[in-house]
Design a protein around this ligand. Structure first.
Ligand code: GLU
Length: 503
């Protein structure tokens, strides 16, 4: 058997370090067995998927050094590798489940489903589909379909007993069928859900081992049942522990920068990032902290992954990156990697317009570029005082900015500007009060390119990290204050049309 693994990201945002972590373990496992590593784009959620996000994921994984053998951009014999181009596979397989009686048409409206949910919640039951369309007479189904009634297709699920799913790291996991919902397989828009598409594709693409995050364990019974309905052998499952913030909560952009692009733009080496991710739940047999991807593949043993939630700690990663810079790169490599980071074509393409209008001699350049090159920009108390805002107002403004910047889906100048305006409006401030706040926390100086341009060039994670650091420098918001602020923020969200709604 040739081992085939895959990473199957959904292109709905910035490329997440969690994706690189799962990709790394899939990659190491496949390569160690002389197998193949596939990249499949799971873009069945048409509302949230974007071409930019897909491109960013490909760029980020490639930057990290994880090359795939088959994928949407490199092709392969079992493509296409983008789910939006595989509709006919899902339609045919879904129909075969309906024909065999393993799935049924469901005509319930969203109002009916909401009411069902509300009743179940009131009765303290786990909300789930109650099966009201599961036993409609065939003639009734045909009539409704002929009438063109909107519908979805759901899978049947056993009513009693337990499902036992085997996980390579966790052994048998027992889940009562009563907790497993009659999952929608095909949505009203004719597109499959994750569950159907994922199972069909893993099978058709010959995936032998599904190595993914533990958040997918609850989906495993549905997948196992689908494999059974189709009469297919299921790949071996291996759910890896989720990355955590130092406070043990799930790694999220609220507490840690999570975009792979943040690490690239801050000047981390991809080797060091992969090395660090390789230490998440796994270690070298000799416990050595620094190792290359090649060394990891040679020594890799997935059965040695430990299940305690690995902590993703920026300081530790920074230290490890330092080890790589100090001990591993030759002078020649050091020079070229530094140049590549500081003066890449992409960097200058975006920074040049801001320089051109401002400088007369090159020696003036670094003053403008510094805020982009610096790891962080300490903001002095004095600089914050000079903003002329009350301490509390300043902290609230920064906290609002963090929340709004966390919710921006596309990091564009237009949306950033709209969010800053929204913050000013909702706090009863003027744009000219808030702009200097943004300017000072992003640049750390008095003279820099505009705050909007800085935010665009820094990207979402670096911008957020600076606003968070600014909030800390401003004294932060107390726990109690935060609760109050969150409430008024939610109210403001409801009362003023948010940018998203307006678009
Ligand atoms: N598209 C899923 C994700 O975004 C893939 C999950 C899986 O690996 O099955 O993570």
């Amino acid at each position: 058997m040739t081992v085939r693994t895959r990473i199957a990201p959904s292109p709905t945002g910035d490329p997440h370090v969690g994706t690189a972590y799962i990709a790394l373990f899939n990659y190491a496992f496949a390569k160690q067995h002389g197998g193949q590593f596939v990249l499949r784009i799971e873009d069945t959620d048409q509302k949230r998927s974007t071409a930019e996000s897909e491109q960013a994921i490909l760029d980020a994984l490639r930057w990290a050094g994880l090359e795939w053998d088959e994928g949407p951009d490199v092709g392969g014999g079992l493509g296409p590798y983008r789910q939006s181009e595989r509709r006919e596979h899902y339609e045919a397989h879904c129909q075969s489940l309906v024909d065999a009686g393993h799935a049924f048409h469901c005509f319930c409206t969203s109002e009916e489903l909401d009411a069902m949910r509300a009743e179940q919640m009131a009765a303290k039951q786990t909300p789930r589909y109650d099966g009201r369309c599961a036993h409609l007479a065939a003639s009734e189904v045909s009539t409704r379909l002929a009438e063109g009634r909107e519908h979805v297709v759901r899978m049947r699920v056993p009513e009693e007993g337990d499902c036992v799913v085997h996980d390579r790291l966790r052994g048998d996991i027992q889940i009562p069928w009563a907790q497993v919902d009659m999952q929608v397989l095909m949505k009203a828009d004719g597109l499959p859900t994750y569950h159907l598409a994922n199972v069909v594709d893993d099978h058709l693409m010959g995936i032998t081992h599904v190595i993914r995050g533990e958040e997918w364990i609850p989906s495993a019974p549905k997948h196992q049942l689908l494999y059974h309905y189709f009469g297919w052998e299921m790949p071996e499952l291996c759910h890896l522990p989720l990355l955590r913030n130092p406070d043990q909560s799930k790694l999220s952009k609220r507490k840690n920068p999570t975009s792979i692009l943040f690490y690239r733009d801050q000047g981390f080496l991809p080797e060091a990032l992969l090395n660090y991710l390789g230490r998440m739940g796994w270690s070298m047999p000799d416990e050595r902290e620094q190792f290359s991807l090649k060394e990891m593949i040679e020594a890799f043993n997935i059965d040695r992954v430990s299940l305690g939630g690995p902590i993703f700690d920026l300081e530790k990663l920074t230290w490890l990156n330092g080890q790589w810079l100090k001990n591993t790169l030759t002078d020649e490599e050091y020079r070229s990697r530094l140049m590549e980071w500081m003066c890449s074509e992409a960097f200058f393409e975006s920074a040049l317009p801001h320089l051109k209008s401002r400088i007369d001699v090159f020696s003036e350049a670094s003053q403008w570029l510094n805020p982009l090159w610096l790891k962080d920009v300490p903001v002095s108390e004095e600089a914050l005082d000079q903003l002329g805002l009350e301490k509390e107002v300043l902290a609230n403004t920064l906290q609002y900015l963090i929340w709004r910047f966390e919710s921006i889906s596309t990091w564009s100048r237009e949306l950033i500007e709209a969010e800053i305006r929204w913050v000013a409006d909702s706090l009863g401030l003027k744009l000219k009060d808030v702009m200097p706040v943004v300017f000072i926390v992003l640049s750390g100086t008095r003279q820099a390119i505009s705050a909007f341009d800085l935010a665009v060039l820094l990207g979402p994670d670096r911008t957020r990290a600076r606003v968070r650091a600014g909030l800390e420098a401003a004294g932060g918001v107390s726990k109690k204050g935060l609760k109050r602020l969150e409430k008024s923020y939610q109210e403001a969200l409801q009362s003023i049309d948010t940018v998203k709604d307006a678009n």
